[in-house]
Write a protein that binds this ligand. Structure first.
Ligand code: LLP
Length: 428
């Protein structure tokens, strides 16, 4: 699953005790495992190998330039949703022809930037966007390639804030309208509308919604081909799960086992956009306990990381396994479990210093005795962790560290107070 393991009562990332990282660079700090990134990327490529897909890593999940370089070096394409993400992908050395660009509100500047870069596909989310792309490409006398994002109206059974493939979602167009979009734009000289794009939600912890969505997309493709349109690309999107607790998610190969047979021999270039399945288990958030206090019957462990560093618990009630990084041999957790309750553990909430009741990282957990100064690890934080950080309460963003084997390096330095003011420093 990943390379964060307890040895002799102490948490290691690969061969480095995370306490050593905290001593060297302070806390809060995101710690990533290069071997885990490589392993997860390989698991996706191997699972889907028969389809020879283009794997476009969804950089919104974890966007650090050094991690993008690592993945681009393995041959990954990139899934981007903004001019900023495109800029990062190009800086990381990704092959522009293997970049897909989604997003419901691409600005003219962003569209021009993407055409300049020569990206592979625009993933189109509405008729209005497509009309605008046709117009921009016509003015530039260029031909660009696009896939229409379709809502297959399947229920991915995930949090309502991260479900995207229902009929009433703001993304894509519904199946019935898709045919009309092709009738209107499918013969444009400037936008070669040659693909269908799906992304049903994230995380999707079962395979069935994909099977249902792909089946519907194949029916649509057959209908479009019969009507004379050339459809050569099917982008399945991302959303494969990660294990926030042990065994929670199928592995990439398990998704592939059901999806690949549906797509073999269909004459389609398949694209997939995994984010979380590659990055989530590849990172932890490491924090130090500032104080322990009681409030009513509750025990609060106040750490130096906050919702500004990891907002998923506040935003989605998301579960991140939390445990001291050096609990001693008596308290090595037997697994990452929601219901873990070892002898000698007591209930506590783990909270941050921000002035919001929603500033919690973990609730009602049974934890070993924790004292001021103890390191805490929040697991499966590599995806939608650092990338969703804010500066609320004027908190500088955490450092990011990449471990590779026996060594580690800073891939994003801790922000300073001057960084917080940098964009406000205007001449009087
Ligand atoms: N492709 C598209 C078009 C997407 O919108 C997304 C994620 C992905 C691929 C990658 O999904 P993944 O494989 O990472 O699940 N902040 C939320 C997740 C939002 C996902 C947004 N779109 C969270 O923390 O759970």
């Amino acid at each position: 699953m990943d390379q964060f393991v307890y040895r002799d009562g102490e948490l290691y990332c690969e061969n480095v005790p995370v306490a050593r990282i905290a001593d060297a660079v302070g806390t809060p700090t995101y710690v990533y495992s290069a071997a885990t990134f490589r392993g997860h990327y390989r698991a996706v490529t191997e699972g889907f190998r028969d389809l020879r897909p283009i794997i476009c890593y969804s950089i919104k999940s974890c966007q650090n330039l050094h991690i993008l370089k690592l993945l681009a070096g393995l041959g990954a394409g990139m899934d981007v949703v903004s001019g900023g993400e495109l800029y990062r992908a190009l800086k990381a050395g990704a092959d522009p022809a293997r970049i897909v660009y989604a997003g419901v509100g691409k600005s003219d500047a962003e569209i021009n930037q993407a055409i300049d870069a020569g990206i592979g596909w625009f993933n189109i989310e509405s008729e209005a966007e497509l009309a605008n792309l046709v117009e921009i490409a016509r003015q530039r006398r260029q031909v660009v390639r696009a896939a229409l994002r379709v809502n297959p109206d399947v229920d991915p059974k995930t949090h309502r804030h991260t479900s995207t493939g229902k009929r009433e979602s703001k993304f894509g167009v519904d199946l019935e309208r898709a045919r009309r979009v092709f009738d209107e734009f499918g013969r444009s000289e400037h936008v070669r509308l040659c693909g269908i794009h799906l992304h049903i939600g994230s995380p999707v912890f079962t395979v069935e919604p994909y099977v249902e969505a792909v089946t519907k997309a194949l029916d649509l493709i057959a209908e479009l081909r019969a009507a004379g349109f050339t459809i050569d690309t099917l982008d399945l999107g991302g959303g494969f799960g990660a294990s926030y607790h042990d065994g929670q998610s199928p592995m990439p190969g398990d998704y592939a086992a059901r999806i690949v047979p549906l797509l073999r021999g269909r004459n389609l270039q398949v694209i997939i956009e995994p984010g979380r399945s590659i990055s989530a288990n590849a990172g932890i958030l490491l924090a130090r306990t500032v104080f322990v206090k009681r409030g009513g019957d509750k025990q609060f462990i106040i750490i130096d990381a906050a919702m500004t560093d990891l907002i998923r618990p506040a935003l989605y009630d998301a579960f991140h396994f939390a445990w001291p990084a050096a609990p001693g041999t008596r308290f090595v957790p037997p697994g990452r479990r929601t219901d873990l309750d070892m002898p000698g553990c007591t209930a506590a909430d783990i909270v941050g210093p921000v002035c919001e009741t929603a500033d919690f990282l973990a609730r009602d957990r049974k934890l070993p005795p924790v004292q001021r100064g103890d390191l805490m690890a929040l697991f499966t934080a590599g995806a939608y962790g650092f990338v969703m950080a804010s500066h609320y309460n004027s908190r500088p963003n955490a450092a990011e560290i990449l471990v590779d084997g026996d060594s580690f390096r800073i891939i994003r330095r801790r922000e300073t107070y001057d960084d917080l003011l940098a964009a406000e420093n205007q001449p009087e």
